[in-house]
Ligand binder design. Structure first.
Ligand code: G1P
Length: 304
């Protein structure tokens, strides 16, 4: 077998979590805490995607945070004092809950002083990522999937040897909220597309398709020099979509339609839906919460 056929792609070990958004849609709750720390049932939003990353084999988490958001980093570190207290009080069940928070082998934080966009957040992680392929996870997009959404992307990366973005079909009225790809299916790979073009938040009329980029990416290090020269958009933000569009001129990029249930917890309605979804799946809550929802539905005044 020729040597290049034996070449094994390195697995994806590092993931960047941009978490410096101002969370303005959730003010005043986000006045002093990052939106990633808002609770969905009993876990902060960001824990869902850190768990997903851990299940996909990620052992180095790079958090790109806003100023004064050490809270996120602390959440994923062992809290020895709290554990000792729970242990001394015989609270074994609570201790198990605290210990179930994933503690990645390595967790690093970079400060994004100004909100200059997703592309800028990725640039800031360059030094910690180095010269290897890596994942980017937008934790607003909470995805319940088996295998985990990120694992689905890594599988495509390992088979096709190119950057991969997670996509999902969205309704026409949501198109302008997303990066949209123009892509064609790859034969013999269900749910995988080769991207021809991509555009950030097009109007419904100008959109090339209904395949929207959701917050999961596998990127290769050749994205960094492109990001460094990507001009900011009209809002002054460096868009990752613009850099990927440029990268497309030199190599194939793939889209993987994620098989799972995604919640956009960046909007109030999406956050509430996700809360209901995970409450209905929670072993201690599902029956009583279902009963509550039934009651609320039954007692709803006519016409609402
Ligand atoms: C970002 C990306 C966009 C993508 C979206 C997914 O936009 O720029 O391409 O579709 O995340 O959530 P944002 O929602 O940060 O404005």
């Amino acid at each position: 077998m020729p040597a290049e056929r034996l070449r094994v792609l390195p697995t994806i070990r590092k993931a960047v979590f941009p978490a410096a958004g101002l969370g303005t849609r959730f003010l005043p709750a986000t006045k002093a805490q990052p939106k990633e720390m808002l609770t969905l049932v009993d876990k902060p939003i960001i824990q869902y995607s850190v768990e997903e990353a851990a299940a996909a084999g990620i052992d180095h988490v790079v958090l790109v945070t806003g100023q004064g958001t050490k809270l996120v980093e602390d959440h994923f570190k062992i809290n020895a004092e709290l554990e000792a207290l729970l242990e001394s009080r015989g609270k074994g069940d609570l201790l198990a809950e605290v210990r179930s928070v994933p503690c990645p082998a390595s967790i690093s934080t970079v400060q994004q002083g100004e909100p200059l966009g997703l592309g800028h957040a990725v640039i800031l992680a360059h030094e910690l990522i180095g010269d290897e392929a890596f994942a980017v996870i937008l934790s607003d997009d909470v995805i319940d999937a088996t295998p985990p959404a990120l694992r689905q992307l890594i599988d495509v990366y390992e088979k096709l040897d190119g950057p991969v973005v997670g996509v999902e079909r969205v309704s026409a009225d949501r198109i302008s909220d997303y990066g949209i790809v123009d892509a064609e299916p790859v034969s013999n790979h269900a749910g995988v597309y080769r991207i021809h073009d991509m555009v950030e938040k097009p109007t419904r009329e100008d959109s090339p398709s209904d395949l929207a980029i959701v917050g999961r990416y596998i990127l290769t290090p050749d994205i960094f020099p492109i990001l460094d020269t990507t001009p900011p958009d009209a809002q002054g933000e460096i868009q990752l979509t613009d850099a990927l569009r440029q990268l497309l001129t030199g190599r194939p990029i793939y889209a993987c339609e994620i098989d799972g249930v995604r919640h956009d917890t960046g909007s109030k309605l999406g956050f509430l839906r996700a809360t209901a979804y995970f409450a209905l799946k929670h072993p201690d809550l599902s029956d009583t919460f279902r009963e509550y929802l039934r009651k609320v539905g039954v007692n709803r005044p006519a016409g609402n």
